[in-house]
Design a protein around this ligand. Structure first.
Ligand SMILES: Cc1cc2nc3c(=O)[nH]c(=O)nc-3n(C[C@H](O)[C@H](O)[C@H](O)COP(=O)(O)O)c2cc1C
Length: 208
């Protein structure tokens, strides 16, 4: 059972916020972290909610930014475009922490940060963006969307180069973090809201 000595953040808002960002940063770097693959929710043009699992590629506390990679032709790209509301949900069973984040999403296709993300993607990762026709297109037969000749082997750099055209990054600027820590001794829930004027997070405990 976890005690306060193990979890110094238990009764401390500032340390809880530190812990939230630590988990996110670790989630972006560690493929085994459950926060590596959170659910990302957006709102369709008709107002209905839509969510999907995405790989968290980068989390930066200073800029409150999370980065995900995606296909420029995906339906979420149309929904998010430049400045749509976005929500991200993850649960880390080991840390016993649920994180509900929300903010504003932005898709970039030809920026320096998109170039950098493309450069750091693996050849297998880049291959996904060769899918034809576009992701989500109805087809008559089961398919990976890839040329069968490209399946089951590592592609060469020149083969995946045309996929850059379909590659984009989704940047989520986080302005609210809801923290829920599960403890036998009593759960803890807190809300952190970014105050743009003060340039700092405001924090409140909530009843779990
Ligand atoms: C473990 C896992 C990781 C995924 N990672 C991504 C990702 O990083 N980017 C992405 O666009 N889709 C990713 N997907 C696929 C999405 O969940 C989704 O099916 C796809 O992007 C189409 O979503 P959309 O039609 O809402 O745009 C992942 C799916 C799984 C199961």
């Amino acid at each position: 059972m976890s005690g306060q000595a193990d979890q110094p953040f238990l009764d401390d808002l500032s340390l809880s916020l530190d812990e939230a960002w630590k988990l996110l940063v670790r989630g972006s770097r560690d493929r085994k972290s459950p926060l590596h693959t959170p659910a990302v929710a957006s709102v369709r043009r008709d107002g209905s909610p839509s969510q999907r699992i995405m790989v968290l590629r980068e989390a930066t506390r200073e800029s409150r930014m999370l980065r995900f990679n995606t296909d420029r032709r995906a339906s979420k790209v149309d929904d998010i475009n430049d400045g749509a509301p976005i929500a991200i949900l993850g649960y880390h069973p080991g840390a016993k922490v649920q994180l509900r984040l929300s903010g504003v999403g932005r898709i970039e296709h030809s920026s320096a940060s998109c170039d950098a993300a493309w450069n750091e993607a693996t050849l297998y990762g880049k291959r996904c963006y060769l899918a034809h026709p576009a992701p989500g297109s109805p087809v008559d037969a089961p398919t990976s969307g890839l040329d069968p000749e490209m399946e089951g082997r590592k592609p060469e750099g020149f083969e995946v180069a045309p996929a850059r055209e379909n590659f984009a990054v989704l940047l989520a600027e986080i302005d609210q973090i809801e923290w829920l820590y599960l403890a036998h001794t009593g759960h803890r829930r807190a809300l952190f809201t970014w105050d743009e004027e003060k340039g700092q997070w405001t924090s409140h405990w909530l009843v779990p």
